[in-house]
Design a protein around this ligand. Sequence first.
Ligand code: ATP
Ligand code: MG
Length: 609
Amino acid sequence: MTGNDLRQKYLDFFVSRDHLLIPSAPLVPENDPTTLFTSSGMQPLVPYLLGQPHPSGKTRLVDSQKSFRAQDIEEVGDNRHTTFFEMLGNWSLGDYFKKEQLPWIFEFLTKEVGLDPHKLYITVFSGDPNNNIPRDDESIKIWKDIFHQHGIDADLVELVTEKKGYEEGMQGGRIFSYNAKKNWWSRSGMPDQMPAGEPGGPDSEIFYDFGTPHDPEFGKHCHPNCDCGRFLEIGNSVFMQYQKQEDGSLKELPNKNVDFGGGLERILAAANNDLDVFKTDLFWPVIEEIEKFSDKKYTDNQATLRVIADHLKAASFMIAENIEPSNKQQGYILRRLLRRAAVKMHQLHGGLTPIPAFEAICHRVIDIYPEYFDSNSDRNKVSIVIGEEMGRFAKTLDKGLRQINTLSPFDLYQTYGFPIEVTEELYSQKGKPLDRDKFNQELQKHQELSRTASKGMFKGGLADHSETVTKYHTATHLLHQALRQVLGDHVHQTGSNITADRLRFDFTHPQALTESEIKEAEVLINEQIKKDLPVTNETMTLKEAKAQDALAFFGEKYGDKVKVYSIGSFSKEVCGGPHVAHTGVIGPIKIYKQESVGSGRRRLYAKLA
Ligand code: ATP
Ligand code: MG
């Protein structure tokens, strides 16, 4: 089955069930300055899900939405995440509910797409006793019936916390209930965080079972939400069932909505029974073009080819929407995608890439999507933008790469246009840590000087960017100390990276952390946050700092005088700041992922819960 066939089948399926087919909204949201890109099918429909009638007057909608998630950029390279993807969506605006939607989506996946029902696994909401929200028994009952009709046992495995899941594994279950962290949706997040008036509800996710764990470390005790790679999330039905009341309770809404979102590329991968979205025809011609030019095989350079293919695909879609590379907002994201692709290409074949090679790759993207591109004019647009931007970057790329060991990351950025992520990646390939704080400080200084900071960009009720980053910064110190307490004093920071969405922390440790070690560290951090410890700093010489046992960043060069930040008596670390004044403002932290980064080093990701 081709991607275009699959999309059409999906749209037809729901149109024949009375849904209005709506076109994909543009990648750059209209009338929404708070966000740079459309990242889900739901996003352009939020006003209608919140109660405003849809202009068409219809209560059933279907579409395939072009989506871009900058926040997934670091996941690209695996078998399932891309920055650009299409989300198949269907919606009920106060019309049908669970007993229609779940059987429909199952029918679509098994009958139309031909997925083996034995390979589908389900997650549902376990309920939340603290907020008096019951388990989603309605969905459980519907799913059981559906599976029984196919002669498949559908046992429920209750409340799979990650820990329990890893310990007990699949337990022969088919339907798995998880708590609000996994299977609850509202715009504000968890039930506790919802303001009065806001709707929210349980969701139910469908996973495809590829049968083999891809990370044996985890695979032993796998369950649908496990990270080992055996299961692929292909779709999610959100049921907007409740509304928060003034007294904090949740009440059933009289008009309930459904929001379904499923990844086109992932469903296609499942249809091909090949756990790799890049092997689908929505990517493969692009990969082949890169292979052809570089004379390198996909199988030997998977992650690199995936990044190049993903970034140039996303860039092609952006260029077709008239985004131009620049130093701010969408234009800057486009620039970063193009430059990262250029660096990867350079590394792949060991030299500068001729412009026509980039053009050819982007033209393959255009060929794949006749629905979205105007073949002639978009080919031209892409050629012009690629020609200019890649041409300009080519002039400095070679020089920058040659001076990677002598220039600072800031100079590489300033003089040669190397995005910081690119430099960081080049550093990590050499096992060299990069001090993001220092880079950010230099950047800030520079921006203050040239007064170019784009004021007001984060207005509109969103948390101030720098405030979130500061929280993550303090949380990083807590994590560092917590890991030393849980794992031992051999733990040293080897790298750190903070975005508005999460923190990432690299450190020395010989093996993967167990689930319980992760949990222990998380609990320890959250205890310090709850205690609302004061964060203070003192300036002293490095020698004095060391005498006080302050932690110092591995491989960092310090000046004569250093600042030492203390968090209560829990942590003491040499650092330039900035930090929050009291830990309480950080709020709960969740460690959500770990990775290996070369021998003897681990990487953890954590975010505000
Ligand atoms: P994941 O946990 O795998 O990152 P998600 O929880 O972020 O997925 P949702 O926000 O629920 O996913 O999005 C709905 C569907 O969109 C998912 O079930 C998946 O099929 C698809 N999807 C989400 N993110 C991506 C991505 N980066 N690349 C490809 N498909 C995606
Ligand atoms: Mg995701």
